[in-house]
Design a protein around this ligand. Structure first.
Ligand code: XBP
Ligand code: MG
Length: 256
């Protein structure tokens, strides 16, 4: 049976509940560009089906601002608007505005101690990943990850499997040697289509989505004093996700 060698993490919704901070940054960027656009939480839930901030803005304009005239070329207008959104998002992270979800720091540290390799596979912009890791984990945390696959490095963002293919290729590992962590149906589909076993932790934006292919769906990773709820799967006596449980899930999936 293939040994577990690497853990591959999604970022938004998995490492941290970032989507409200993304939403705030989008709305602030619209205001600073003197646009009277405002995304509510229910609208944003719908817009999240479009992964990638630039792609999301374009979809919103096409669908909800049909009369909008671009000042100049559409791609560069969207890129400028999105760059301002990224600036506002990372500024918030630098002010300590983002916190990791329960159990994330503990599991990452345990994996490092056990000499497992770590990688990131995300749709978000690389600067957002660096800002989150440095501010909520430690200044050297980006260096904990052998590969950070993020944003526009692939042509097709999640739910396409491209970002996981990109990361696996750079790690020089087969999917069977890895396990992925995701929070959304699109992310889980991306990982599954790259041949990865996936553990899911849901959040406000993704609870109720379809995670049929995932062997384990949890409320969050949990801590010794903060047990997870199991939405799907078998955890034995475990009340939080540690490396022992991750290895069991990986081995069970490999045996199937
Ligand atoms: C996250 C996303 C991202 C963020 C915004 O999806 O879809 O677009 O919402 O980030 P996942 P950018 O967790 O599946 O990677 O604006 O930097 O694209
Ligand atoms: Mg996610």
């Amino acid at each position: 049976m293939t040994q577990l060698v690497a853990l591959l993490f999604d970022v938004d919704g998995t490492l941290a509940d970032t989507e409200r901070a993304h939403l705030r940054a989008f709305n602030l960027a619209f205001a600073s560009a003197c646009l009277d656009w405002h995304w509510s939480v229910p609208l944003y839930k719908e817009l999240l089906a479009v992964t990638g901030g630039k792609e999301r803005i374009r979809y919103y304009i096409d669908r909800f601002q049909t009369g909008f005239t671009f000042p100049g070329e559409a791609d560069s207008f969207i890129a400028r608007l999105h760059a301002e959104k990224t600036r506002l998002y990372t500024e918030n992270a630098d002010r300590g505005g983002l916190a990791l979800r329960p159990g994330v720091a503990r599991l990452l540290r345990e994996a490092r101690q056990a000499r497992l390799r770590l990688a990131i596979a995300t749709t978000t912009t690389p600067a957002n990943v660096t800002a989150l890791l440095q501010n909520s984990l430690s200044a050297d945390a980006p260096g904990w990850f052998d590969v950070i696959g993020a944003g526009d490095v692939v042509q097709h963002k999640k739910p396409a499997p491209d970002i996981y293919h990109y990361v696996l290729e750079r790690l020089d590992l087969a999917p069977a040697a890895c396990i992925a962590f995701e929070d959304s149906a699109g992310g889980a589909r991306s990982a599954r289509d790259a041949g990865l076993t996936t553990i899911v932790t849901v959040n406000d934006f993704t609870a109720g989505q379809n995670f049929d292919a995932a062997p384990l769906v949890l409320s969050h990773f949990g801590e010794p004093d903060q047990p997870f709820s199991v939405l799907h799967g078998e955890v034995g006596d475990s009340t939080y996700l540690d490396l022992g449980l991750v290895r069991r899930i990986h081995a069970q999936a490999a045996a199937r």
